[in-house]
Ligand binder design. Structure first.
Ligand SMILES: Nc1ncnc2c1ncn2[C@@H]1O[C@H](COP(=O)(O)OP(=O)(O)OP(=O)(O)O)[C@@H](O)[C@H]1O
Ligand SMILES: [Mg+2]
Length: 393
């Protein structure tokens, strides 16, 4: 006899799909549970059976070769209708619901069946943890209790898996959001840099040319230019320098115009000048030939920027060396300083965001970052990034 469908069958199937467990590979945790069930109940067969729309599929099994059977012949399909108790068939050959069941008449010749419901917190029964024998029999109270307890263990495993899937999904989503925010931030920096350049830069250049004109004509007339005029001219020079620096800090135009490798060389020079730390760069010619897309270029540039800033702020170093090498489908950039050497707890500082941001950027782009310090022998930062876009989603 074919089992009636549970009242909430479509919700139940949706719940089963959410667990994303059907057709997954065998796992030891579930295998251990069926082995224990068979041992405790003294049966040759034990299964974790999940009832899909038209089949029952076994996540774990002992004593049976089949991977799945049709739903029509599944004892477990009947067990779904008893969400709050064990479903026990002491002798299937004497039970009108099962006497003509192909699993009773033919292999595996089921005679005895006991299934404990795998019930979700919302009350949907996904299937059963069941034990099966080829002869009529019973389970004593302890065995029944144990089967129940083991079925709860199966649900605990399934719920943990669900939580893990949800966690991974949330993490991937968070990564997407972070990357999106980074893109917005870079676009915004680029826009502000352009605006400052066009608007403020234009005004400053105008002021400067008026002042220069006035000073020049005073000189031409053999007069000493007004002291305030000279002061204003010096201030205009300072302001123009500041505007230039702000624009470059926001988004170095060399990055957009000449690409990441030129930008890194430029930044190293600028860093050396600013910090008085010797900063050498070695980009192998093959790597220099390879163009990186805009997202990777920005990420790499920002990582190097943060790493060098850290060297200046924390390392107590005298020199730093950067290398870029192409390796198979990835490129590897290393930055080695000769400072005090970072120690592992510093990588986990809760109020620091620089290194955390570096990890995040690299992970999003499908690469890897390692940071190692050796006492008194400096810190080595290694960035490995795939050349092609293959986001770790
Ligand atoms: N090159 C380095 N040598 C030695 N210590 C380092 C080096 N780089 C980083 N550190 C240590 O690692 C810590 C974490 O660095 P991280 O860049 O994450 O944060 P931060 O620089 O302190 O602050 P911010 O969030 O502004 O970047 C630093 O505070 C420092 O103690
Ligand atoms: Mg930092």
């Amino acid at each position: 006899m074919i089992a009636a469908l549970p009242l909430n069958e479509s919700d139940r199937l949706r719940a089963l799909r959410d667990y994303d467990i059907l057709d997954t590979l065998p796992e030891q945790e579930y295998q251990d549970i069926v082995q224990m069930a068979a041992l405790i109940c003294g049966t040759p067969i034990a299964l974790v059976s999940l009832v899909d729309s038209n089949r029952q599929w076994f996540k774990a099994k002992v004593g049976l070769d089949a991977v799945e059977t049709s739903r029509e012949s599944a004892f477990c399909a009947h067990a779904l209708l008893q969400p709050n108790e064990l479903f026990i068939v002491p002798d299937a050959t004497q039970d009108r619901r099962f006497a003509d069941n192909p699993l009773v008449i033919g292999g595996p010749a089921i005679n005895f069946y006991a299934g404990a419901p795998l019930k979700t917190p919302e009350g949907h029964v996904l299937g059963t943890l069941c034990v099966i024998d080829r002869r009529p029999r019973e389970l004593d109270a302890n065995q029944q209790e144990a089967l129940y307890a083991l079925s709860r263990q199966v649900m605990t495993q399934l719920d943990m898996r669900l939580k893990l899937v949800e966690l991974e999904r949330a993490q991937a989503q968070l990564q997407e959001v972070t990357a999106h925010l980074e893109r917005i931030k870079e676009d915004e920096r680029r826009r502000i840099a352009r605006e400052i350049h066009d608007e403020l830069g234009g005004v400053m250049t105008g002021i400067k040319s008026y002042l220069s004109h006035k000073i020049d004509s005073a000189h031409r007339n053999g007069e000493t230019p007004d002291r305030h005029l000279l002061d204003a001219n010096t201030l205009a020079d300072t302001a123009i320098d500041t505007v230039r620096r702000v624009i470059t800090d926001l988004r170095p135009s060399v990055l957009d115009q000449l690409g990441v490798w030129a930008a890194l060389e430029w930044y190293a020079g600028e860093f050396e000048e600013r910090t008085r730390l010797r900063c050498t760069v070695d980009i192998d010619p093959e790597t220099a030939e390879r163009a990186l897309d805009a997202e990777r270029s920005t990420a790499l540039f920002r990582i190097v920027q943060e790493t060098l800033t850290n060297v200046a702020r924390h390392a107590n170093a005298t020199r730093v060396h950067m290398e870029a090498r192409a390796a198979a489908s990835a490129m590897v950039v290393t930055i080695q300083d000769d400072g005090r050497g970072i120690v592992p707890p510093e990588l986990l500082k809760r109020d620091s965001w620089g290194i955390a941001g570096m990890y995040e950027r690299v992970r999003y782009l499908g690469g890897a970052l390692t940071i190692t310090g050796s006492d008194g022998n400096g810190t080595l930062v290694t960035v490995r990034m795939p050349m092609e876009a293959d986001h770790a989603a």
